[in-house]
Design a protein around this ligand. Sequence first.
Ligand SMILES: *Cc1c(COP(=O)(O)O)cnc(C)c1O
Length: 377
Amino acid sequence: MGFQTDAVHAGQKPEPLSGAITIPIYQTSTYHQEELGKHKGYEYGRTHNPTREAMEKNIATLEKGKYGIAYSSGLSSVQALMGLLKQGDHVVISNNVYGGTYRQLELNMTNYGLSFSWVDTSDLKNIEDAIKENTKMVFIETPTNPMLNLTDIKGTVEIAKKNNLISVVDNTFMSPYFQNPLILGADVVLHSTTKYINGHCDVVGGILITNNEKIHERLRYLQNAIGAVPSPFDCWLTLRSTKTLALRMKQHNENAIKIAEYLESQSYAERVIYPGLKSHPQHELAKKQMTGFGGMISVDFGTFEKAKKVLNRVKIFALAESLGGVESLICHPASMTHAAVPKEEREKIGITDSLVRFSVGIEDAEDLIADIELALK
Ligand SMILES: *Cc1c(COP(=O)(O)O)cnc(C)c1O
């Protein structure tokens, strides 16, 4: 089936009691058992929930995977992933991942005997060079947040296979509509469903998707064992959202291209970073492994004063953390999303105090451009 057909139907059948077209919110913590040892496969709400199962199946299908294992946030799915490893294991990971991922892994998981090499994975040689005897996983985020650096997924997977490593791709920025790492051979895809998949700034959630039976078994076990599961209502909202994912992504993409081109054609910015621009150093790779460029744009305005002016003056773009919603957002990574990353590390990867990140929504592009123009003048 095509993406949009799957988006509307995958994982969902009319509900058997009444024939309701929309899967109900199974707001229950437990299930009645007919007699001792005889039940319908549902025993307890943390372990099983029909609304959650429908959402998991739906997103897994869109990501071209067999199994989806949902968690209560993107970061709890990062945490669950670490359950694939043991004390003493080492991970090679992109040095410019989501700030919270860095915090969770480098500042917490290192206390439990895991170690991480933070490398610029946009150069595959850096991945190869960082592999040690105890390396068990390679974790990439592409494009990265907020620098929008790309990593060659296929190349990464080849290195992982050669060295017997689990390959993980955080695909939050592209959504399953524009990029499918499992097709390129990755073992696990991670999404913060908070972002594009839910897309309406009203749910925090995460999901891991895999085709690997053994990995699925372990992650399913951890979902129940850790217990960081999403609520039935959040699952229902997310499932409702995936139905329009394709439509939203097309609009995010179209608007972002217009805004990036506008900003590049003006002299306001020192540097406009967007994978869809020819000036992006990895534009060719973007065209190769993605089918669109997404809705995220980062702009270096040269000075903090200028950046502050834009951040404080825009009216349609809301100053807020997060991204991927239908409403346009603007943020200052250095003091907001990436404040947990030490300043020295931040500057090394380009997160200067003059960098502004735009999450372009689905409003009218002309209005969004006028909003930025007015703020700059
Ligand atoms: C937001 C985000 C996360 C973390 O997800 P939460 O749902 O906020 O816990 C992980 N990776 C990326 C790329 C993100 O943007």
